[in-house]
Design a protein. Structure first.
Length: 566
């Protein structure tokens, strides 16, 4: 354009009238590959294809990066997938709307051509951060019906700054790069690129990357390795026959050694687990089903537990040599907890894996995760590490049991609360290390989206929410009923009745025995009414079990009562 303007309007005579080539036209929608002669094409015919590949993944790229030639981060992702023998189809479209690319290359006349979709744009699928249209995104993703992963290049900090930051991504980055794509349905949020800044280097991992062009987008090879392997696992989970899949189901026991093994907030774990396994068997998984939920509970929590003095059946013993050879971060754990196998869930020679193998399904009890007297301490002190038992449990699921996926069953475990960045995990963060490449499905109560978001962002969880149990009025019992009866009698007395003073002494004694702090009788009366009408869960939710007519009516009445109060 500048040459054309100079040739037409320059006041330097010798510059005027020169021949200028016509401007190049680039497609709004197209395919990119570093091996293409011109890097860009609109046709599948010219596109490099792999033979006997193990699945196909569609990549969504930013057109502006492709046209400017700033594509080193895209090239690294493409090469990593091809190294794993996965066919890649990297596509771009103009603006911040990925639908034209999806419709042209990934869903051709209703025929889906990919096994997974990975967005490398860093933005939501339709509209970008300013005009996000999640409903349109959900519509197009429903038609694809494949795993959708969103990875992001850093835009507001360098790779070195991110790798050394305790918080990871900042608030703006978290909103733009993670939260908005999450609303579309994106999973496995992963940093995969960024700029190096004026230092030209990053010491955040063993690659120790360096560059001369600190303005160009650079790949984070360590994160790309993890990203592509996680995508491969998700693709494999989609392609593999159900009869050949192995799923690890993780149940929890908090607080430890308190009879809480196999519990979760608002959920009847073993009834729900039994129904889930029964459905999986009907769908084609190879499972040796117990005869009932009670037998399932007995096989998992009892079994040989008394023989080893453990909270649940001992399914496997992992010796110290295995731990040493299969724990890349062993030194960090030993600095905190001593030599492997440690003292927690151990006999001094081996770590116990608690649970039961049912064929295609292994049900395991997540190990205790903190100090005996202060189990929450580990979650909030960044310098600490998980125990040998906790780390070994997840390493064993990945390397020995060879699970294709893990299902965390109920709210909630400790994996997503392990030390590390808040958002934008790196390979130095414990949740990322422990979950590794495993697809992580998490059954979570629907009334706790904040902690469910932590599970998504810190342990790559794909959350499936379940209902909480219906609520009902708490009512009163025993001492509370006696106190209310005394208060009713006092309120019915006429002022100045000599028996009132005597009854007041009784009311005071009753209130103190029930740990009420109110001294004024009128305040105590209001507290009793508030306690009686308080809403409490009615039992525990069971997956797949519908509410009775009475429970539905009680639930609706409670909700109506809340509306009236507000």
């Amino acid at each position: 354009m500048l040459r054309f303007l100079i040739s037409r309007y320059s006041n330097v005579e010798r510059w005027r009238g020169s021949t200028v080539s016509l401007p190049k036209e680039y497609p709004d929608v197209g395919l990119y590959h570093p091996d293409l002669k011109n890097k860009i094409t609109e046709s599948f015919e010219e596109f490099p294809k792999k033979t006997n590949h193990r699945g196909t993944i569609g990549l969504l790229l930013m057109r502006s990066y492709v046209l400017s030639g700033d594509t080193a981060h895209y090239d690294a992702v493409i090469r990593a997938f091809e190294k794993q023998n996965i066919q890649v189809i990297p596509a771009f479209s103009g603006g911040l709307d990925a639908r034209p690319a999806i419709e042209k290359y990934f869903n051709i006349d209703g025929e889906v051509t990919i096994d997974g979709l990975l967005s490398l744009t860093g933005f939501s699928l339709v509209g970008g951060p300013a005009y996000n249209d999640s409903e349109a995104a959900v519509e197009v993703l429903n038609k694809l019906d494949v795993p959708y992963i969103a990875a992001h290049p850093l835009e507001f900090q360098t790779l070195s700054q991110w790798s050394s930051a305790t918080g990871g991504l900042g608030p703006i980055e978290t909103t733009m790069l993670v939260a908005l794509p999450e609303i579309d349905g994106a999973t496995v949020p992963t940093v995969f690129a960024g700029r190096h800044g004026e230092s030209g280097e990053c010491n955040g991992c063993s690659y120790f990357c360096k560059t001369r062009d600190f303005r160009a987008m650079a790949p984070c090879y360590e994160r790309i390795d993890e990203l592509t392997k996680r995508c491969e696992k998700l693709i494999n989970l989609r392609i593999k026959e159900k009869s050949q899949k192995k799923v690890a189901i993780v149940i929890f026991g908090f607080p430890p050694n308190a009879g809480a093994a196999g519990t979760a907030a608002y959920l009847n774990v073993f009834q729900s687990l039994y129904r889930t396994m029964h459905q999986m068997k009907s769908d084609g998984y190879t499972i040796d089903m117990p005869s009932s939920a009670d037998q399932l509970r007995e096989e998992i929590l009892d079994g040989n537990s008394s023989k080893f003095g453990q909270e649940a059946n001992v399914a496997a013993r992992v010796d110290a040599n295995w731990i040493i050879n299969n724990t890349p971060w062993l030194e960090e754990i030993e600095n905190q907890w001593g030599s492997a196998p440690g003292r927690i869930q151990s006999d001094g020679n081996s770590v116990f894996i608690l649970g039961k193998d049912f064929g295609s399904v292994f049900v395991g009890l997540q190990p205790a995760f903190g100090y005996e007297g202060d189990p929450m301490r580990l979650l909030f002190e960044k310098s600490f590490t998980p125990t040998h038992a906790f780390s070994t449990f997840y390493q064993w699921l990945k390397s020995e049991y060879n699970a294709d996926a893990v299902l965390h069953f109920g709210m909630h475990g400790a994996l997503e609360f392990m030390p590390g960045k808040q958002v934008g995990m790196s390979g130095a963060d414990w949740p990322d290390r422990l979950i590794g490449h495993l697809p992580n499905i998490y059954l979570y109560a629907c009334n706790n989206p904040s902690e469910a978001s932590l599970a998504k962002r810190r342990s790559n969880a794909i959350t499936i929410t379940h209902m909480t149990p219906p609520v009902t009025s708490a009512g009163l019992y025993k001492g509370l009923l006696e106190l209310k009866d005394s208060l009713v009698r006092w309120r019915e007395m006429t002022k100045g009745d000599p028996k009132q003073a005597e009854l007041e002494l009784l009311i005071k004694e009753q209130a103190e025995s029930l740990n009420f702090s109110e001294n004024n009788i009128e305040a105590l009366w209001l507290k009793i009414l508030e306690t009686e009408e308080a809403l409490v869960p009615e039992g525990l939710h069971i997956l797949g079990e519908e509410l009775s007519d009475r429970q539905c009516s009680s639930y609706i009445s409670s909700i109506d009562g809340i509306k009236e109060c507000t």
